[in-house]
Design a protein around this ligand. Structure first.
Ligand code: SAM
Length: 222
């Protein structure tokens, strides 16, 4: 099926609160485990950035596991950042929440040894916005770890995926999930985007609905 865009920013307070309150334990833990498997030797002291962080659950989990890391977490929606703070409390100084829109986030360039993003790509009308931000913010040799949904072949398959994985969720989240699947890219589309962006990252399908885009930016120590 063709891609069907959904609204880019999640700025509605009720939608942001529902998202922050939803149970993403399993997928977020899986994202972090996969990061550790792909990059087993990340330094103990690290500065990283999470692009399109939403309520910043993933950066909070990472900081709990890595006391020497500092993360900047950026989202274009102040409502999403606020919903995360409402749920988890204000972060300590190792997590800096920043309102900014990819690709022009206002964050430092060539500065981060780890560039993360989860479930942002499918929100972007122009996917090159993400790849430009990855290139701009990553230091030479930075680890890049991006996760997203991939688009099923038909709306019926998208609905079956929603029914399989979120039967007990509130309707607003089920609708979001369906729309996100329809807005997502296929792995081949992402490979073409990376080729166009000149980024040496690989695309791996890791579940019936998720893909990871992984690798290192050129330059830096091996
Ligand atoms: C589905 S949520 C994912 C949030 C989080 N990364 C997670 O894994 O839970 C997508 C987020 O991307 C944000 N977003 C969309 N377009 C953006 C842009 N151009 N720049 C920054 N954030 C953006 C939305 O506001 C939303 O919070």
């Amino acid at each position: 099926m063709l891609r069907v865009l959904e609204p880019e920013l999640m700025e509605d307070d009720a939608q942001a609160d529902a998202y922050a309150e939803a149970n993403f334990d399993a997928p977020n833990a899986a994202f972090i485990e996969a990061l550790g498997r792909r990059f087993p030797s990340l330094p103990e002291t690290l500065r990283g950035v999470d692009l399109g962080c939403g309520p910043a659950d993933i950066p909070r989990r990472l900081l709990a596991a890595h006391p020497g890391w500092r993360l900047d977490a950026v989202d274009g929606s102040a409502a999403m950042l606020a919903a995360g703070t409402k749920k988890h409390g204000a972060p300590d100084e190792r997590l800096r929440l920043h309102v900014g829109r990819v690709p022009d986030t206002g964050l430092p360039t060539r500065a981060y040894g780890l560039v993360l993003s989860n479930s942002l790509l499918h929100h972007l009308p122009d996917p090159q916005a993400l790849w430009a931000a990855v290139r701009a913010h990553g230091a030479p040799g930075a680890a890049v770890f991006v996760g997203d949904l991939f688009r099923p072949e038909s709306p019926e398959m998208a609905q079956a995926t929603v029914d399989r994985w979120s039967s007990g969720e509130p309707e607003v989240l089920r609708i979001d999930f369906f729309n996100s699947l329809c807005a997502a890219f296929t792995p081949d589309e992402v490979r073409a985007q990376l080729n166009e962006a000149g980024l040496p990252l690989s695309v791996e399908i890791v579940s019936d609905r998720h893909m990871l885009i992984v690798g290192r930016l050129p330059g830096g120590a091996a």
